[in-house]
Structures are given as C-alpha cells and as structure tokens.
Design a protein around this ligand. Sequence first.
Ligand code: IPM
Ligand code: MG
Length: 357
Amino acid sequence: MKAPEVAVLPGDGIGPEVTRAAVRVLRAVRGDIECSEGLVGGAALERGLTAYPAETRDLCDRADAILFGSVGLPQYDGKPLPERPEFALFLLRRDYELYANLRPVQVFPGLEDASSLKPELVRGLDLLVVRELTGGIYFGQPKEQRTVEGVDEAVDTMFYRAPEIERIARVAFEAARARRRKVTSVDKQNILETSRLWRRVVDAVAREYPDVRIDHLLVDNAAMQLVRRPSEFDVIVTENMFGDILSDEAAILTGSIGTLPSASLGTRRVAHGRFGLYEPIGGTAPDIAGKNVANPTAAILSAALLLRYSFGDDANAACIESAVERTYADGLRTSELARATPALPTQGFTEAVLERL
Ligand code: IPM
Ligand code: MG
C-alpha cells in the first residue's frame, strides 16, 4: 500500500513559517506520513508559473490531504482573479469540490482577556462555522467586468441549487449532533432569492433532525449577535460569502485570528477518511512575514484537523489539540497575544507545543 501522503503548500506571507511549524508537529506524532511540498499562490507566480501549477496539482491528486499555508500578496491587488495568488484556492476548492468548510472557533482558557470583548462574554466560547465553499457569489456566472455603451460595469452572480444547500445543511446538522445540538442558519431572505431557497431547504433538512434545534438569523443580525452573545452559538451554517465574513468576525472574538484552523472537505474518499484541504483562516499577514513572530497555532491545529478528517486519527488529533491548549494554559504566548509577558517567536512556541505532545 502507498505511504500516506500530505501535499504541503506553504504559499505566501507567513504561510511558509507557520506551515513549517505544523509539519514539525505532524511529523512528530506521525512519522509514517510523507510530506511533499508544492508551489502555490504568489510563490508560484514569482517563478513565472501560474498560481496553481500543474506540478502542484499532480502532487495534490496523489495526496490524501493538503496542508495549506496562505496565499495573497499586496503587489497583486487590482489584477484580475486568474492572475492573483488567491486563484489557487479558488481552483483547489472547485476542482476537488471542497464544499464543506469547517471553522471551529474556541477561546483557550487563559486567553479570555485577549479578546476585544469583555472576558465574561467569551469565556467558554465554542462555536463552529460551517461555510458553504463552492457556490454562491464566489462561483456564480456571469462574473465579469465589461464596458457597455462606454460605461464600465461589473457583475457577480449569487447562485445556488437546492442540492448544494441540502448537503451543506446536512454537514451542519451532523456536526451539531456531536456538539450542543443547535444550528443557526444565516441568510438574507428579506432581500435575496438565493436566501429564500436556502431557508426552505435548511428547514426541510431540519425535519430529519428533530433532536437538533434550528433557528434562522438574517446576516446583519447575526453579525451583531456574534459580538453581543457569542457563546450562545453552537453551529452556524451559511452560504459562501456570509461565511467568509462571519468567520473572520467570529475568529477575532478569540483575541487573535492566528489561532483558528479550518478544514475544507469534499466528496472524494481516501484510504482512511475524506480528502481535504486544511489551512489557517488568518491569511498571509505580509507585514510580519519572515520575522519569526507569526502565531503558528492555526496551522498546527489545521494539522490536527487533517489527522482527524483525512486519516481518521482522532487520537493524535486530540493529542495535538491538548498540547496546544496546555501551552496556552502554561502562559506561553506569541507576540500578538503577549501583552505584558515576554513573547515567544514562531519557532519557540512550536517547540513548546512539541515538548507537550
Ligand atoms: C478565506 C479567504 C479566501 C476567501 C480568500 C483568500 C480568497 O478569505 O478562506 O476566508 O475569501 O474565501
Ligand atoms: Mg476570509
């Protein structure tokens, strides 16, 4: 049998340094997993390749999972999507049909006072954003800029088919069953046709899960409730763009966007689970790239999710998660969370996690 293989795509900005940290932790618990690196995003464009070169695609095709860093650099701002680093993510999500994006948001004990909200509002916060990732306004056609009768115009299209909504709703209800059994579906049904379809389909799926509580929020209200009473949320399910926005909002409740991992899962099966792409949700942070100060937590926890979903290895996933938790409980911090205490660099924090595995 072929050795278990992970395609490692570090990408841009802080991507390489935090991904390196995650690979160290992954290899420490699973020496049998082969990690092969590929170029992606600006790192590939810089070498005259496309954002998602054919070689990288071959690597991903062979792999059981993708450990992804981040893509995007300011020098590409204003370029059309196919010439931007982000195009790589777009193609990966589309080609592997990675429709289910799971973004767990947790506040580590001891980090409550790092939040911009009052500590009592975020204590014990533990929610899961289930974001639809291959539909909606990101992918709907037409999607273009054009000039009509001398006037520049642009169009994006928000489009959903019922089966796309149904399958992501199922992911949310199944996840809720293993948690606090509550799903909040977020839409904009007072204005959008896609949202009216969304709500109808989610309600139909909800009837198959009578043991799970369902409620619906309009997206503007959801944005407000997230900063007003965040710990009342359990699972939030929503369409692609709302999920993009709300998951960043939810993430920062924890005090640092550098702590949050994500899993993007599709339909493809691999030997011990589902093929998936795992990445920090925080982005490339070009301002701190290469300085050895970025928080590697999100990348390390993404490696834990990779073990859980693509390798069916709950034990080692939990082992990594608990090591990270104890690192924080012991008062160790990277600079963006350090406040008055001395901060550890990326590598030092990673070593502290490795010691606690
Ligand atoms: C995310 C990112 C991406 C998105 C960008 C980089 C295309 O913000 O994964 O949340 O908008 O989906
Ligand atoms: Mg985003």
